[in-house]
Design a protein around this ligand. Structure first.
Ligand SMILES: [Zn+2]
Length: 209
């Protein structure tokens, strides 16, 4: 069976993450797979709430491991996502969309429990209003992922599960509160639902085929 990902060489992908490790958690396997197949992947990091230099270095390393480029649309603003006005978020996201002209956008799922993540979701949906890109949403924690209803879309990450885990491991300041094995276990459970060894799940907000 042909897979849609057979056709991604040269595709432009833009992923939004509220915090330094969110994309690695929720979509690191797919990002690594897309990049390995020739897509140009930009990871937009929206906020670094604390330990800025340290966490920026970790995010840079996480993106390098996934073979993606890191973008910091709010590099001059500090603090949390909720400190920014929605119109500021949308305007800056608009700028990124116009610059990258993505074929596929990845962002937080609206059912996410973290308020910052939901804000990033809303700004993404507003920013892609005039762009005919596909839009997939992810949950960024294995706990939420395990509790959520199965996503509509499965990404086979059998080839990239180790790269995903390595990219999460790059966030050294967070390792004390993370159970790395749970990321593998959730990916394994997702894989069993779609007949592959490891998978990530996404909800489809928009897909044009
Ligand atoms: Zn987050």
């Amino acid at each position: 069976m042909k897979n849609l990902l057979e056709f991604v060489s040269g595709a432009r992908v833009l992923a939004f993450g509220a915090h330094p490790d969110d994309i690695e958690f929720g979509a690191g396997g797919l990002v690594a797979r897309l990049a390995a197949r020739g897509a140009d992947v930009v990871m937009a990091l929206i906020s670094i709430p604390s330990h800025r230099e340290e966490r920026l270095a970790e995010a840079t390393e996480g993106a390098r491991i996934l073979n993606a480029r890191l973008a910091l649309p709010f590099r001059h603003e500090g603090g949390r996502v909720e400190d920014l006005k929605m119109h500021q978020l949308v305007a800056r996201f608009d700028g990124l969309i116009a610059e990258i002209r993505p074929d596929l956008v990845l962002t937080h799922d609206p059912s996410d429990l973290h308020f910052d993540h939901r804000l990033v979701h809303q700004a993404t949906v507003a920013a892609v209003r005039r762009t005919p890109c596909a839009l997939l949403t992810f949950l960024s924690s294995p706990v939420m992922n395990a509790h959520a209803a199965a996503g509509h879309c499965f990404a086979d990450i059998t080839e990239t599960i180790d790269t995903k885990i390595a990219s999460i491991r790059a966030h050294k300041t967070q390792l004390g509160k993370l159970d790395l094995e749970s990321f593998r276990e959730v990916a394994r459970a997702n894989g069993r639902m779609c007949g592959v060894r490891y998978a990530e799940t996404f909800n489809v907000a928009r897909l044009r085929i």
